[in-house]
Design a protein around this ligand. Structure first.
Ligand code: CU
Length: 148
């Protein structure tokens, strides 16, 4: 009897981490203008999701700045074009751009920033991208935000 209860308790403890949704993702950007992932998965069972960007390079923001911007895939190029126009004073992102679902700060080497957003903003199965809005970076520094 004792052994049976203990086994059941152990099973329930083991089941918790296996079923808990992953509500955050970390992306690294480097001095070679690369992210270390092409996809992040947002689980809608999370009320909120946190994306952390770590700039693992050494170059300053002015030369090799990176951020993570999340938009609908269809909005990516337009947001990136406006970001370039917004210039360094705005960290290469149009202020209050309504197409932007979430974004981190623009970082230089060695810096780190996180952004937390409500998953209500995303539809399961929708087509979303993440990218860096530094001029010229979006075309290579991008990936899919898979929403399930
Ligand atoms: Cu970048």
């Amino acid at each position: 009897m004792f052994a049976k209860v203990t086994f059941a308790a152990l099973l329930s403890v083991m089941a918790v981490p296996a079923m808990a949704a992953q509500c955050e993702a970390t992306i690294e950007g480097n001095d070679a203008m690369q992210f270390n992932t092409k996809e992040i998965v947002v689980d809608k069972s999370c009320d909120e999701f946190t994306v952390t960007l770590v700039h693992v390079g050494k170059l300053p923001k002015a030369a090799m700045g990176h951020n993570v911007v999340i938009t609908k895939a269809a909005d990516r190029q337009g947001v990136a074009n406006d970001a370039t126009s917004a210039g360094p004073a705005n960290d290469y992102l149009k202020p209050n751009d309504e197409r932007v679902i979430a974004h981190t700060k623009m970082l230089g080497g060695g810096e780190k920033d996180s952004v937390t957003f409500k998953t209500d903003a995303l539809e399961a199965g929708g087509d979303y991208d993440f990218f860096c809005s530094f001029p010229g970076h979006w075309a290579v520094m991008n990936g899919k935000v898979v929403v399930k």
